[in-house]
Structure formats: C-alpha cells, structure tokens
Write a protein that binds this ligand. Structure first.
Ligand code: FAD
Length: 373
C-alpha cells in the first residue's frame, strides 16, 4: 500500500494545517470555539464527507482522515454527534422532509444534537430502555429518564430512543425520534465528572409532546436504526492522532528533564509509540479500503477504535507512573495539570460509546462469527 498522499490530498492537508495554525491560542475561551465553528462553516468542513446535496463537500474517506488527523492532533473539536451519526442515520432512514429539515442545519453547525440512549437501567443492555413514548393523535407523549447525555446542556436537538410498545420483545418495541430540547417537560440536570467538568447530564421527560412527524423510521423498528447509528459512532477514523499528540508532548517533557524515565517506563513509552504508529497505518488502511470499495470495513474500524481507546488509557497511566506523586496533585495545583486531567478523563474512554467488553462481544459475534459465550 502506498502511504504517500496524492497532490490533491497534500494540498488539502496544507489548507487544513494553515486553518488550524491560525486559530486563537487559548482553547478554553468562547472566542476559540466561535472561531472554529465559523471557520469550519465558511469552508464547508463541518460535514466534510457528507454529499453536497446535504451541505457537505462530498470529501473522500482519505480526505476526511487527513482532516481528522490534523484536528485531533491539535485537539480542535471538529466532529459532532450530528455530523458523525445523527445525520448519516437520517440520510438512511429519514423521509425527504426530515432530511430537508435537519441535515442542512447540522452541516452548518446551526443545530447541535445530543444522543439520548442510556438510562439508569439500560447502558450495555440498551434494548432494556424504559423511557415511554405513547401515541396520542398526531403526537407522542414521552415520559422517563436518560443519563450520561453528553452535551445535552449545549444542544437544541436530541436523538431519542424510546419504547413505543412495552408488550413486544424488547428489541422490537423501540422507536427513534428527533426531539427539540426546549420542548416543555424536558429537564436537563448537570452531572459533573471526576475531572470537575460538566460534560454530561441527566435528562428527564415529563409528558413531553413530540409531533409524530418527528419519528424517524417505522414505529417499533427503531432498534435497527439505532444499531446502524451505533456502527457510525464506533467506526470513526483517525482517532489515534490525539494519542500521538499526548506521546509527543510527553516525550518533549522527558527531553526537557522535567520527567525521568526508568528502564521499565521507557519500555512502556516505546510500546505506546509503536502501537500509536501501527494504529495510524490501520486508520489509513481503513480509509483506503473505504475509498476503493465505497463501504467502510466496519470490523477493522471497530477494532481500531477499541485499540485506540485502550491505548489512550495505557499512555495516561504510563505518564502517571513516570510523574509519580507530582502527577497526582490536584489538577488546579499542578504544573502537570494536563497529564492529571488526561489520566482522569481517560477512565471513561473504555465506557463511552459502548464499553470495551461490549465492543469485543460485537467484534466476536458480528465480525468474527464466533458463537455467543
Ligand atoms: C464520558 C461518557 C459519555 C457518554 N455519553 C453518552 C451520551 O451522550 N448518550 C448516551 O446515551 N450515553 C452516553 N454514555 C453512556 C455509555 O454509553 C454507557 O455508560 C455505556 O454504554 C455503559 O453502560 P452502563 O454505564 O450502564 O454500564 P453497564 O452496562 O451497567 O456495564 C457495567 C459493566 O458491566 C460490563 N458488561 C455489561 N454487560 C456485559 C456483557 N454482556 N458482557 C460483558 N460485560 C458486560 C460492562 O462492560 C461494564 O464493565 C456516556 C458514557 C460516558 C462514560
């Protein structure tokens, strides 16, 4: 396989790099996020790989990979739930009116979506979800609770899975809806994670009315739509560039003399570098295969995603081992704040989007055809 980029992809790489380098330096303030949103919108890069008719650029998988790598390496938030899985699921299962209504506004970043799947009693066993949607004329009335809803406090739309037939077998009584997050009866309560950040939420529904026209796909067949949306979520490419950045930053710290390796931690560091490099090539292979055949090699992409998440945890725990007690100081009081924060945040890597165990189950049964354990 030829890993060199074509002249067209190299030119695109330069354009994206120039854009990224020109962003304001302070990542924490609103000006930075607004500059990212505005810049991506102006260039039609928010939904880069979407077809042009829905507001994308129709970019090839390799172009998307180049883009993801640059943004991921610089930790610029460029992907969204709307572009990565809600929009692609709507393209497959939405009516023409639904596509016209929602897709263009996702591709410009005007609408921000959250994902309303998990509940206190339904995470890995998502089909056990209990939030009810009861048909009432031209509407559904929704009651129940979701949990761990990332970004619900910043979203104006929610991609909701709810039970429409409580008597059917659990996978057959679920429907998918698009819900305005400012609908009367929706309450978003913050959950602060152990890094001190407000990233996710609990969301409560008290007799929330959703027009029936906002149901996506057939009633009670939502599980299949949801499963495809989960495939989109778990098949993202280019997800190792953040890990490579963490390794580069850490090696710079070691070379500056602020962190000291032992023989053992040096070996762990080298192992992580090797793994990151291998995963980078796997990412290019996935994109090249997708480019050649038109379909994503889902199994390989899921393996890559699982390995990338676990690699990130190995990197952050290796940095903590090297930094010792100074890495364990409270983030607010430590010069190694970003490493401490990275370590604490990485715990969620093997839970969010489906736990490692569940992803291994999916790879074993759907990908490798192994019998259920
Ligand atoms: C940072 C973060 C962001 C998230 N964002 C969202 C979001 O935006 N929207 C949303 O809907 N959800 C979100 N989630 C929820 C996430 O999808 C669930 O936490 C995840 O699916 C696991 O479900 P659970 O927490 O209920 O754990 P459980 O399902 O209770 O699992 C507990 C443990 O049991 C293991 N286990 C369970 N079943 C099996 C099995 N069959 N075989 C082997 N092991 C098993 C699991 O692997 C895990 O280790 C987010 C979670 C995190 C951490």
């Amino acid at each position: 396989m030829d890993f060199n980029l074509s002249p067209e992809h190299s030119a695109f790489q330069q354009q994206v790099t120039a854009f990224a380098d020109a962003l304001p330096p302070n990542r924490d303030d609103d000006a930075f996020h607004e500059a990212v949103r505005q810049g991506l919108t102006e260039r039609n890069w928010i939904a880069l790989a979407w077809p042009k008719e829905y507001g994308g650029l129709g970019a090839s998988p390799l172009q998307q990979m180049v883009f993801n790598e640059i943004m991921g390496y610089r930790r610029i938030p460029a992907g969204s739930m709307g572009t990565m899985w809600v929009g692609p699921a709507l393209m497959l299962y939405g009516t023409d009116e639904q596509k016209e209504r929602w897709l263009p506004r996702i591709s410009t970043g005007e609408d921000v979506w959250c994902t309303l799947y998990s509940e206190p009693g339904a995470g890995s066993d998502l089909a056990a979800l209990q939030t009810r949607a009861i048909r009432d004329g031209d509407e559904y009335v929704v009651s129940g609770q979701k949990i761990w809803t990332s970004g619900a406090h910043r979203s104006n739309w929610g991609w909701l899975a709810a039970r429409t037939d409580p008597d059917a077998p659990k996978h057959r009584g679920i429907s998918m809806f698009c819900l305005r997050m400012d609908s009367p009866g929706v309450e978003v309560r913050p959950l602060v994670n152990m890094t001190g950040n407000h990233e996710f939420n609990e969301v409560f529904f008290d007799n929330v009315r959703i027009p029936a026209a906002q149901r996506v796909g057939e009633e009670n067949r939502g599980w299949y739509t949801l499963a495809v949306a989960l495939d989109f979520e778990r098949s993202s490419i280019g997800s190792t560039s953040g890990a490579r950045r963490s390794l580069d930053d850490f090696m710079a710290l070691v070379k500056s003399g602020k962190a000291h390796l032992t023989g053992q931690t040096r070996n762990r560091l080298v192992d992580c570098v090797i793994n990151a490099q291998v995963l980078r090539f796997v990412g290019y292979r996935i994109a090249a295969q997708q480019e050649a055949t038109g379909t994503a090699p889902t199994l390989l992409a899921q393996m890559a995603k699982l390995c990338a998440m676990e690699l990130n945890q190995r990197i952050t725990s290796m940095t903590m081992q090297v930094l010792g007690l100074s890495g364990q100081a409270h983030p607010a009081e430590s010069e190694f704040e970003s490493y401490t924060h990275g370590f604490l945040r990485s715990v969620a890597n093997t839970i969010e989007g489906g736990t490692s165990e569940i992803q291994r189950n999916v790879i074993a049964t759907r990908g490798l055809g192994l019998p259920r354990g």
